[in-house]
Design a protein around this ligand. Structure first.
Ligand SMILES: [Zn+2]
Ligand SMILES: [Zn+2]
Length: 124
């Protein structure tokens, strides 16, 4: 429909906004959008899935053992006194035992190799 605007010129109604696109929740480990098969949310990269309410997370192979590797990412010289309380924080590897490549913490950005000096002695 065309009508005159406040300046006296003919103008048309604004076109309606585009439809919204519904997104799946992001995977907490790789931070990419999960997919869905209608019954669950799935991260194919991390081989994990969750119920449609976002709970009851499970690995694609529930019988896999956990990789035993763990690091203390903040245990280093030069840690400032105000951060001393996090020196003994331990990050465990999120992946399954005998995985290839680097170990990976659940915090997404932390990875390490088998010769990393931050590996805790208990897991060497
Ligand atoms: Zn993921
Ligand atoms: Zn690992």
């Amino acid at each position: 429909m065309t009508r005159r605007n406040s300046a006296g010129r003919f103008a048309t109604k604004r076109t309606p906004p585009e439809d919204l696109e519904f997104r799946c929740p992001d995977c907490p480990y790789c931070l990419t959008e999960t997919g869905t098969d209608g019954d669950s949310f799935v991260c194919y990269e991390c081989e994990a899935s969750w119920s449609m309410d976002g709970r009851r997370g499970r690995w694609s192979d529930p019988d896999e053992l956990a990789c035993p590797s763990a690091i203390k990412p903040f245990d280093r010289d030069g840690l400032s006194p105000e951060h001393e309380s996090i020196r003994h924080v331990v990050e465990r590897c999120l992946l399954a035992d005998d995985h290839g490549g680097k170990h990976k913490a659940a915090d997404y950005y932390q990875t390490w190799d088998d010769d990393d000096p931050r590996i805790t002695k208990e897991t060497k």
